[in-house]
Design a protein around this ligand. Structure first.
Ligand SMILES: [Zn+2]
Length: 395
């Protein structure tokens, strides 16, 4: 090990990450052996309480609690949120997933990049700030949330507390890029309705599978090419995929019903609700002979943070001082940041060590030096962030 590498490995944020990786926190949705977030929540609660912070354990579901820590310096109107999720996807076929392993500057373990690396950096930042609150210009709120990997129940519960916030930093793997835009999605099912008949007299029926082939062809030949023409500056263009199909009941019956499921990724400027409505009315107009119904399954907004927001400006200044890239970026995966923006218009960035390429994979790792840099970035963000509410006459 070279000396810079050794320094990184003993950095307090890396030590915290090492601890977190040893604690299994697989989302209970992903398998019977999943322990959920309980043990990681215990660890974070104990550490931040020891640091002298006000720590709240917010019950979200059975045995699954958010950990919320606050550091108040008398500026509640300018509070900055740091948020990262505690759950991981399943262990799957990852070997030694719960034994942190260092190799060539990388730290391997389930959750290393998604998103315990960011979580560790934020815990370390809160501990440092607790020791020197006089350096802050804004209140800090930290939320270690449950269930990001499935249904975002943790963030939804946090938002229900209605804690005033002026900006947010959400931890996910961005390779230390400042992410201000990401895609969202509209997932929905489409049903075609036909008329059942004995297959020896098919003219007495109306084949719902044939009707669905018209729908699928319309998606491929008309909708998909049009989407390639829409774009956002940082996220690329929207996409659509017909990902499941099911229909018919028996080989000798003209099928009465058929259903497909569609995953439509949206870009900033689109809303999932509008996309769904437009899809349905387009189908009714272009295929008037087909009887359809459309049901939403998951509507997730895109992230579109104004580039002049205080949290973005502060992030760019901090990145420059740390000799990291101040460029603003867009990514195609979703995060809790877009929910914060949709909820109260909270300007949010996504920032963290590691790459989404290693998330959810059999070889999950994070570059150790990025964990250290992210921890330093969060700390400087916390210290430099200041926010002046509009209408106060300043600036
Ligand atoms: Zn994640």
């Amino acid at each position: 090990m070279q000396s810079a590498e050794r320094d990184d490995a003993v950095h307090p944020a890396v030590k915290i990450l090492d601890d977190l990786l040893r604690i299994q926190s697989v989302n209970p949705h992903y398998g019977e052996d999943a322990r959920g977030e309980r043990d990681v929540a215990d660890y974070i609660q104990a550490r931040l309480t020891r640091a002298g912070l006000k720590v709240t354990r917010q019950p979200v579901a059975a045995g699954r609690d958010n950990i919320i820590a606050e550091l108040r310096v008398g500026k509640p109107e300018s509070a900055l949120l740091f948020e990262a999720h505690m759950d991981t996807v399943s262990i799957g076929n990852m070997r030694d997933a719960l034994i942190p392993t260092y190799r060539e500057g990388k730290l391997y373990g389930r959750g290393a990049c998604d998103t315990k690396g960011a979580l560790a950096g934020m815990i370390h930042m809160m501990e440092r700030c607790a020791a020197h609150p006089e350096l802050l210009h804004a209140d800090l709120v930290f939320c270690a949330s449950v269930d990001e990997e499935y249904a975002f129940q943790g963030l939804t519960a946090f938002m229900s507390l209605d804690i005033p916030l002026s900006g947010a930093v959400v931890g996910e793997p961005t390779e230390l890029g400042i992410v201000v835009e990401h895609k969202g999605c509209a997932r929905f099912s489409v049903q075609t309705q036909g008329i059942a008949a004995h297959s020896s007299v098919p003219h007495k029926g109306d084949n719902a599978i044939y009707a669905m082939t018209d729908v699928i062809e319309h998606v491929r030949k008309r909708i998909e090419p049009d989407l390639a023409l829409i774009g956002s500056s940082l996220c690329g263009h929207p996409t659509i995929v017909v990902s499941t199909v099911a229909g018919g009941s028996q080989i000798n019956i003209v099928p009465e019903a058929c259903e497909i499921r569609i995953d439509r990724r949206i870009v900033p400027g689109e809303s999932p609700e509008q996309v769904l409505l437009a899809f349905e009315s387009d189908l009714r107009e272009k295929l008037p002979h087909v009887r359809i119904s459309v049901q939403p399954l998951l509507l997730d907004p895109a992230l579109n943070t104004p580039h002049d927001a205080a949290v973005v400006q502060t992030a760019q200044g901090v990145a420059e001082r740390l000799e990291l890239s101040p460029a603003l970026r867009g990514v195609s995966y979703g995060s809790n940041a877009s929910k914060l923006q949709a909820w109260r218009g909270i300007p949010s960035i996504v920032y963290g060590p590691g790459s989404i390429e290693q998330a959810h994979s059999a070889e999950e790792w994070v570059p150790v030096h990025e964990v250290v840099q992210a921890a330093e970035f969060y700390y400087r963000m916390a210290c430099c962030y200041a926010y002046t509410p509009k209408g106060d006459g300043a600036g």
